[in-house]
Each structure stands twice: as structure tokens, then as C-alpha cells.
Design a protein around this ligand. Structure first.
Ligand SMILES: *Cc1c(COP(=O)(O)O)cnc(C)c1O
Length: 394
């Protein structure tokens, strides 16, 4: 008799979870490139369409390789259900649109991934959806912003780019009291270091493009929630608007999940060491990393995260210093991506956060001296040498 996957440790879930072998007994997950499915009889076709018979009907609704990826990620997250999407933003958009209608109100943390913020600022108003942005760590601000009619709370923790941390359990409790659903973008923490559903969130979204792939190849996303909420808010929207992940990307991401704990564990250990190195350098005004005691929300991080993650942010004072630092890097790439095997550094205020006004950037503490570093899988010694040399060059 086969073991119950729910009894497995995480490392086993990542390698074996969701595996559905064909009659060939292939050891690696099969890649099914098919748009549709044939049925043995009209009765079977009817039963598939009514849902009485499990199985696939059309790849926009679901397909075998994508389902293996969804089942593996759901098992990792201990979620009832996961649906894979073509990108992280497709998952965020689905998460929002399934919960909201005209006249509703949203409260969101101010520090959000650029495209998420764009959706709230520029897209939600087209549907008569009101949005209040608050400082993520300020619980009083969340409490004051929630009101009858608040249907959704959206937050990112740690948030891009300065790794600000929100108290997910407390915000979820307040949001539920106000009748709102809670959506958490868990990209920076990764599924290994934070479990928002266990902290009270209703929906978790990922950009699988980041640590889940972790090797810079494909776009992908995922939405995880209970079966009941999926049925209520998302099932029909998902089927009829077409955000489905391609089977090829699902196959890549399935294989990536096999190694995500090895990669993220190593990346986090290196990131913690590089954060300490940066913090001790005379050119660095401030350094943010979730497990450093000088992180402004260190206590919350210790409560809700089991590791710091692969991102570090530090302030070099002004744009010229930040540019001198980036220009002096010889190993670490200048790139806005994150979670990759290759280490990358970016200057958020002139790239990822360029679309925000200076006032909006100041509201999230993002001055022109800040650099964000995504730590990869290179040796810690080589990265430390490159980081020190570039900091000395400032
Ligand atoms: C990258 C990212 C997204 C968007 O994901 P894509 O795969 O690029 O669409 C959303 N949120 C966060 C925090 C991200 O880092």
C-alpha cells in the first residue's frame, strides 16, 4: 500500500508530491503537451463535464503536468487546493478579481510589488473599487482603514524592496472581524519559510518565476486556498478568463520544486552572512535582513518566519554611491530579477520602483541610496569578495 503523502517530511513532498505516473512507469514526471482529451463514450464526456467523473476536459481548465505541479505545491503549503497560473501577476489578478465587485473596498500594505500596486492604483478604480494603502507594520493603520464594505486585504511580507514585515496573524484576525478576505503575496518568504494559510490568510499567491523556478528560465504563478473559497470565488473566473500555466512551464517548475529546499536553505545562509558583512561596512548606513536583530520588525519576523530568505537591502546614502557600488560589481549581476541561482543587485528607485512618485517612494522609506541584493548559489567567499570590493569602491 502506498504511503499517505501527508505523512511525508518537506523534502519528500518536494520530490514525490503530486507524482502521477502513466502505464509506462516513467521515473521523471511526464510532460503532456495536449490541449484537449478524448472520451471513451458520450456518457463519459457528459460525466466529465458535469464533474461526476474526475479527469480533464480542456487544458485551459487543467491538464496532467500542470496538475502534478499544483498538487506538489499544495502538499508543500498544506493547502486544500492550488491552481497554477501563467505568471505571478496572473495569480494576483485572479486573487483580486475573484473577491471583488463594484463598490467594494480594499486595504493593502503600501509596500507592494510594482505591478500589484499598479493594479490597485490604476485598474481597481475602473471598476469602482476603492483602495486604502497603509504602512504594513502599523497595526493601528490597518485597524483604522478596515470598514464595512472592505472585502479584501492584500499584503506582501517581507515586502519589496526594503523587506518590511507585516504581522500576518494579527492583520488576518482584524480583517476577518471586518468581514474581509486576506490575500498574502508570499514570494519573498518562499513556501519554505512562511505559511500564511496557517497564520490565518485565506489566499496565498506566488510568482513561481522567482525561487520556485530559481534558475531564471520560465514565468509561472500559483494561487492556493480552500476548496470552498475556490468554488465560491475563483473556479469559474479561472476557467473562463484563461490564466492557465503552460504544461512545459509546469514541467520545469515541478523539477525545480525538487531542489527548492536545498537552494533556498543555501541562499538564505549566504544572504544572512552577506547582510552581516554589509551592515558592518562603514559605507552602509542601514542594512535590512529579516533575521538581523536590528530589523525594525525583528520580533514579528521571528514569530512568523522560519528563515530570512535570499534578499538583503542596504542604504548607501545617495544615488551616486549606489551607482558606484553597482558599477564596481564584477561577479554579481545588475538585474531586477530575484530568487535566481545567480546573484543580482538592483537600484529599486530607478528601476522597479521608478513608476512611483518621489513622495510615494519616501512613504515606503525608499530613498535613492538603497540597493537590493538577491543572493544566489555562488560560493559565499566569492560573493563576499565581490560585495566588499564594490562597497570599498563607494
Ligand atoms: C515577481 C513578483 C510578482 C509578479 O510575478 P511575475 O511572475 O513576474 O508575474 C508579484 N509579487 C512579487 C512579490 C514578486 O516578486
Amino acid at each position: 500500500m502506498a504511503e499517505d503523502p501527508n505523512s511525508w517530511d518537506i523534502a519528500t513532498r518536494l520530490v514525490r508530491g503530486g507524482l502521477a505516473r502513466t502505464e509506462h512507469g516513467e521515473t521523471s514526471e511526464a510532460l503532456f503537451l495536449t490541449q484537449s482529451f478524448a472520451y471513451d463514450s458520450p456518457e463519459e464526456a457528459e460525466a466529465r463535464f458535469t464533474g461526476e467523473s474526475p479527469g480533464f476536459v480542456y487544458a485551459r481548465y487543467g491538464s496532467p503536468t500542470v496538475k502534478m505541479f499544483e498538487d506538489r505545491l499544495a502538499l508543500l503549503e498544506e493547502a486544500e487546493l492550488c491552481r497554477a497560473t501563467a505568471s505571478g501577476m496572473a495569480a494576483v489578478y485572479l486573487a483580486m478579481m475573484g473577491l471583488l465587485k463594484a463598490g467594494d473596498h480594499v486595504v493593502a500594505g503600501r509596500a507592494l510589488f510594482g505591478s500589484c500596486r499598479w493594479l490597485l492604483a490604476n485598474w481597481a478604480p475602473r471598476f469602482g473599487i476603492a483602495v486604502t494603502l497603509v504602512d504594513g507594520p502599523d497595526l493601528e493603520a490597518w485597524r483604522a482603514a478596515l470598514r464595512p464594505g472592505t472585502r479584501m486585504v492584500l499584503l506582501e511580507s517581507p515586502a519589496n524592496p526594503l523587506l518590511e514585515i507585516c504581522d500576518i496573524a494579527e492583520i488576518a484576525r482584524m480583517a476577518h472581524e471586518a468581514g474581509a478576505r486576506v490575500v498574502v503575496d508570499n514570494v519573498f518568504a518562499t513556501p519554505l519559510y512562511q505559511s500564511p494559510l496557517k497564520l490565518g490568510a485565506d489566499v496565498v499567491v506566488y510568482s513561481a518565476t522567482k525561487h520556485i523556478d530559481g534558475q531564471g528560465r520560465v514565468l509561472g504563478g500559483a494561487l492556493l486556498c480552500s476548496e470552498a473559497l475556490f468554488e465560491e470565488a475563483y473556479r469559474d473566473l479561472f476557467r473562463h478568463t484563461g490564466p492557465a500555466m503552460s504544461p512545459f512551464n509546469a514541467w520545469i517548475l515541478l523539477k525545480s520544486l525538487e531542489t527548492i529546499d536545498l537552494r533556498v536553505t543555501r541562499q538564505s545562509a549566504t544572504a544572512a552572512a552577506l547582510a552581516d558583512l554589509a551592515a558592518a561596512h562603514p559605507k552602509v548606513r542601514a542594512c535590512r535582513y529579516p533575521t538581523r536583530p536590528d530589523h525594525p520588525q525583528a520580533a514579528i519576523a521571528a514569530r512568523q518566519m522560519s528563515g530570512g530568505g535570499s534578499l538583503v537591502a542596504f542604504d548607501l546614502g545617495d544615488k551616486a554611491s549606489a551607482f558606484r557600488f553597482l558599477g564596481a560589481l564584477e561577479l554579481i549581476d545588475i538585474s531586477n530579477n530575484l530568487g535566481d541561482a545567480k546573484s543580482m543587485a538592483t537600484h529599486p528607485s530607478t528601476t522597479t520602483h521608478r513608476a512611483m512618485s518621489e513622495d510615494q517612494r519616501l512613504e515606503i522609506g525608499l530613498t535613492e541610496g538603497w540597493v537590493r541584493l538577491s543572493v544566489g548559489l555562488e560560493s559565499q567567499a566569492d560573493l563576499a569578495r565581490d560585495l566588499s570590493r564594490a562597497l570599498d569602491a563607494v
